[in-house]
Design a protein. Structure first.
Length: 289
């Protein structure tokens, strides 16, 4: 089903928001849109909703099984506007969001659905889940000038770190159970990335509730939603394996001609399996086995 605007969907298609979890895919360009949508359908989301320009095409099998909303992501605040309006329309629903050419992986995702994981996470009294945006990039930028290759994708096996997140007061104390995480291409090529965009943490999975608002830095106005775990033990974390940064670095004039390869001594072929991410310590199962 295709809707001509977000208003049209909220007026005519709100029945799609009765059952969750719901995946929101924010489409910025025409790269790997269909594979992104299929990947999240296969993860077990009750609905996959694509926010995408009207001019983009979708294969018939995808077009018939996803909800499509005509939407322009280049407008200021487009991400926050789309997600916050869905939050208002779907209280208590579990929501996930990502961009095109991004793929969600969580512990044991090959054999367990997103619904099964969120049932356990709810029992842990958690309303949100921390995810790390793990950069993917093509092995050969000569063959893949846009840095995207599903068959020959690579990722960094190490080089990730965290810093305390200051609370912004005069004393500048660290926030409780909150950290700023860094690594991947945004760290290795930080001279081409604005300081405010270098973090790789994202609260991409959360439970909607009245008054909840996402901010432009991918955090929420409810500070508990921004924590990496509950006070008594570690919780599940997920990864969003993403070509988004690699695409941007090869598209932007300031970095396009400065970068000839993304590979380095800590690169590894991506196996498209949660086991590899667990082995690298990029996600953890918490108490879920």
């Amino acid at each position: 089903m295709q809707y001509r605007s977000l208003d049209h969907f909220l007026n005519e298609g709100k029945d799609a928001l009765v059952k969750g979890p719901v995946a929101l895919v924010l489409v910025e360009d025409d790269v790997e849109v269909d594979t992104t949508l299929r990947h999240h359908q296969q993860s077990g989301f009750a609905q996959v909703i694509a926010f995408m320009p009207q001019s983009f095409d979708l294969p018939r099998d995808v077009a018939e099984t996803v909800i499509r909303i005509d939407y322009e992501m280049h407008h200021d605040g487009a991400m926050e506007t789309a997600i916050n309006r869905i939050i208002d329309a779907a209280p208590n629903l579990w929501i996930y969001y990502c961009y095109n050419a991004e793929y969600l992986f969580y512990p044991f995702c090959e054999t367990r659905t997103i619904g099964e994981m969120l049932t356990f996470h709810t029992e842990e009294r958690r309303g949100a889940m921390l995810s790390y945006v793990i950069d993917l990039y093509a092995e050969d930028l000569t063959e893949c000038p846009d840095a995207v290759s599903l068959d020959h994708a690579h990722l960094d096996r190490s080089g990730y770190y965290a810093l305390a997140r200051p609370d912004g007061t005069v004393a500048n104390h660290p926030k409780d159970r909150q950290l700023d995480f860094y690594g991947g291409l945004r760290w290795r090529f930080e001279e081409h990335v604005p300081a405010a965009r270098r973090k790789i943490d994202r609260i991409s999975i959360f439970r909607a509730k009245p008054g909840l608002r996402i901010r432009d830095d991918h955090t929420f106005n409810d500070e508990e939603y921004n924590t990496f775990s509950c006070p008594w033990h570690h919780n599940i974390t997920a990864a969003i394996c993403s070509f988004r940064t690699a695409k941007a670095l090869k598209k932007n004039p300031g970095s396009k001609f400065e970068i000839h390869t993304f590979k380095w001594h800590n690169s590894a072929p991506f196996e498209w399996h949660s086991r590899q991410l667990l082995d690298f310590g990029l996600i953890e199962p918490g108490q879920w086995f």
